[in-house]
Write a protein that binds this ligand. Structure first.
Ligand code: SF4
Length: 300
């Protein structure tokens, strides 16, 4: 199922289509679902599950680098291996909102755009810190989240869990740990870490159980590689998140250099996996989005 085809040339920042680079090491990109929502052509599953507004969502990263190189990742990896100087949170927030408005300016005058929504989009009220790279590599991630919270924006922080200190300190509206591995061996094979970060991930899961904020364990599922509900059930019990998202790996972007299309489970297979989780844990299926091949489970 895993392809051994190497990506020939190393990608650089300028190769990032549609990204607005912010400061020394951050970036903003208008999400596909924001664009669809502006044209009343649908919205993302997080709007369906959690009520955020896709058209008012600012998608960003404060760290154009990662400490993992996951085989399922559809993003170009390691664009800024050496970040010399870290920017202040206020600057990242200010400049990211300005960058979003610049990216949206192209929609004025575009046929089929809902003008009322576009005006609202110019005032983003939701931020998804999940664009590319590992956001907790930014040393002031807790302060950055706090800066957005202070502006009454709902903050979704999506991390790979390799930085327990950030899990402890950051207080986003919704905290995600995104997993593909379920033990040390699968961590090495699927996350291809720089060094072994499995202990860190286990510590982060433990810390997640103590968080007061809303917590989500997202499981990205690849056929014949990690669809082991009995293994993930143990990690769910460890982290006790409020929500579990069982989501199909999507055969997109750079992941196609590493994985065959067959590695992408159907929604029915994700549903079956989730029903198995229901049997093995105190979590119950409460929603799903077939178009995004994701099932939501909530702690009973
Ligand atoms: S929450 Fe994620 S998928 Fe939804 S609009 Fe924001 S970036 Fe896009």
């Amino acid at each position: 199922m895993v392809r051994r085809r190497r990506l020939t040339e190393q990608k650089t920042l300028k190769d990032l289509k549609g990204y607005a680079i912010v400061g020394n090491h951050s970036a903003v990109k208008t999400c596909l679902w924001l664009k669809k929502s502006l044209k009343d052509e649908g919205f993302c599953y997080k709007q369906k599950f959690y009520g955020i507004k896709s058209h008012r969502c600012l998608q960003l990263t404060p760290a154009l680098k990662c400490n993992l190189s996951c085989i399922h990742c559809w993003r170009p990896l390691d664009l800024l291996p050496d970040i010399k100087e870290w920017d202040e949170p206020e600057l990242i927030v200010e400049e990211s909102i300005k960058a979003q408005r610049r990216l949206l300016s192209g929609f004025f005058g575009t046929k089929g755009v809902n003008r009322k929504k576009l005006d609202e989009a110019m005032q983003p009220n939701q931020v998804a810190i999940s664009l590319i790279g590992e956001p907790t590599l930014y040393p002031k991630i807790a302060e950055l989240v706090e800066e957005f919270n202070r502006r009454q924006m709902t903050t979704f922080l999506v991390t790979n869990g390799t930085n327990p200190k950030a899990i402890e300190e950051a207080e986003p509206y919704q905290l995600y740990i995104s997993l593909t591995a379920y033990d040390e061996e699968s961590h090495r094979a699927l996350n291809r870490p720089k060094g072994n970060l499995w202990e860190n991930i286990l510590n982060s899961l433990k810390l997640m159980a103590e968080k007061k904020t809303r917590t989500v364990l997202r499981l990205t599922l690849m056929k014949n590689l990690n669809m082991r509900p009995e293994k993930f059930a143990l990690l769910i019990e460890r982290a006790m998140p409020r929500f579990v998202e069982a989501k199909a790996y999507m055969h997109l972007g750079y992941s196609r250099y590493r994985l065959e299309r067959e590695a992408m489970p159907s929604h029915e297979e994700v549903r079956k996996f989730s029903e198995e989780l229901e049997r093995l844990t105190d979590y119950r299926i409460t929603d799903e989005s077939p178009i995004s091949r994701v099932v939501l489970l909530e702690r009973a």
